[in-house]
Design a protein around this ligand. Structure first.
Ligand SMILES: [Zn+2]
Length: 376
């Protein structure tokens, strides 16, 4: 008698309206931290969502391969290291410890790959050479600039807005060496107070976007399935990353889908050290159960920005209690409920609806969801 094998349909996830068909593996690149400061709730929210994306992919039968880089070549980090009297790489490595401790507490799993920017300088040099070869960049005064004149329209932004964001995110739109204010350094000529490496254009260092391109391509090749990061990275960082990668490889699109986690605000204002309104993860973890903090982050549409208020953690703790109570019920649970949860989570990570269902159904499905969301 022939054995009949039952096989499911090919898994697909919808991310930000983009259907991503997958077989057994998904390449997820997440822009990681610049380790010069403490971890705040905004960082935690982004990385909790990246972690949840990976867990949901696994729930769908897909092996996630997550790469979360460490941006240890960075002008702000250099300044912080210099104030601390430390070498930039030593300083970054030390700053990374509390970040990893806080991520572990929040049940964010270690990514499969964690490349550090300073180890990918040779790849950035090759990237710059390739961009020069195809005419997407030009060398000037020891730097190599990527041609960014078309970046505003590519990103769907007014040019004035693109210039404002470029200035805000260290794009140096006022640099007179550039043909266009929206050009950015793939390779930055050396400057006092920053590390420098030899290159065909003289000593210098990788530009921010180029560093991420080099790391993503070295780990995954020319394209990724999902590129993730905070919504504030959408422009310029992610727009330039995709444009450089596509110009270099000719493979389009560089990313099949983007997960831009919503920004966490305080009283409507973006969290920033300069504004003195940082909500530190370490302090939240000292006062509340980590699973309640995690659920506060996840029990909402991932793309939406939200305002943090202390009462939200208490509400999340109560919701968590309901989930645990439901999970403890001895009802066998409707097996169709697990399929429905899988469908809800595949549909743009609809955690609130999956939670409602789990709490209502109880038993096995509720235990399954607590595991999938990393709340156990
Ligand atoms: Zn990046």
């Amino acid at each position: 008698m022939a054995r009949i094998h039952t096989v499911g349909g090919a898994p697909a996830a919808v991310i930000a309206g983009q259907r991503v068909e997958l077989l057994d593996r998904a390449r997820v690149y997440a822009c990681g931290i610049t380790p010069y400061d403490v971890t705040h709730l905004g960082h935690a929210a982004t990385f909790a969502w990246v972690d949840t994306l990976g867990r949901v992919l696994r729930f769908l039968g897909v092996d996630p391969e997550v790469c979360r880089n460490v941006t240890d070549v960075d002008d702000v980090l250099d300044a912080a290291a210099s104030r601390a009297g430390a070498a930039y790489d030593t300083f970054a490595a030390i700053q990374q410890f509390p970040f990893e401790r806080d991520m572990t507490a929040l049940n964010v799993r270690l990514p499969e790959h964690e490349p550090r920017a300073h180890r990918y300088v040779a790849q950035v040099i090759r990237l710059a050479s390739g961009l020069l070869d195809v005419g997407a960049a030009y060398a000037r005064e020891g730097s190599v600039y990527f041609r960014g004149a078309g970046m505003a329209s590519r990103a769907g932004l007014e040019r004035a807005e693109a210039l404002r964001l470029s200035g805000e995110y260290a794009g140096r739109p006022d640099d007179p060496a550039k043909d266009d204010p929206l050009d950015v350094a793939v390779w930055q000529a050396s400057e006092a107070g920053h590390p420098a490496w030899d290159s065909p254009w003289g000593p210098g260092r990788p530009g921010w976007h180029a560093g991420c391109v080099a790391m993503a391509m070295s780990v995954f090749g020319p394209a990724v399935d999902i590129h993730a990061g905070g919504a504030d990275l959408r422009f310029p960082h992610h727009a330039y990353h995709a444009a450089m990668a596509e110009a270099f490889t000719g493979v389009r699109p560089y990313a099949r889908a983007w997960l831009h986690a919503g920004i966490v605000t305080i009283g409507g204002a973006k969290m920033a050290k300069s504004a003195g309104n940082l909500v530190l993860l370490e302090e939240l973890l000292a006062a509340h159960p980590a699973a309640a903090i995690r659920l506060m982050i996840l029990d909402r549409p991932w793309a939406q920005s939200w305002d943090y208020q202390p009462g939200l953690i208490d509400a999340a703790a109560a919701r968590l209690e309901s989930l645990y109570k439901a999970a403890g019920r001895t009802v066998s649970g409707d097996p169709a409920a697990v399929d429905e949860m899988r469908r809800l989570l595949a549909a743009d990570l609809d955690v609130p609806a999956a939670l409602d269902l789990a709490i209502e159904t109880g038993g096995g499905p509720a235990r399954t969801l607590a595991g999938v969301l990393g709340l156990t």
